[in-house]
Design a protein around this ligand. Sequence first.
Ligand SMILES: [Zn+2]
Length: 107
Amino acid sequence: MNLRKGDLVEAITGEERGRRGKVLRVTKARKTGTVRVIVEGLMLAKKHQRTRGAGKPGGIVDLPNAVDVSNVMLLCPKCGKRTRVRREPHEGRHVRICRQCDEIIDA
Ligand SMILES: [Zn+2]
């Protein structure tokens, strides 16, 4: 799994292709191993939410849906390109390295 919370990604398929956002959550289905990500501002689904007591009014809210990880690509924070990463040991831990510019992505 090469994406993490906080990564900037771009949608590469679907209606929202080209849209960018930050990864809010990475989820993995225990049974199937399918990895999905929730991306800020992407795959917005209007959800009708019931009133949940004082201070939490119901109504329609925009919530990002989880998308399959294969529908998005990481944007390298160093070179800004859509990229895949490889993992390498670096100073005693594994870091992700951009295949486009060979820079270490993880600070
Ligand atoms: Zn790069």
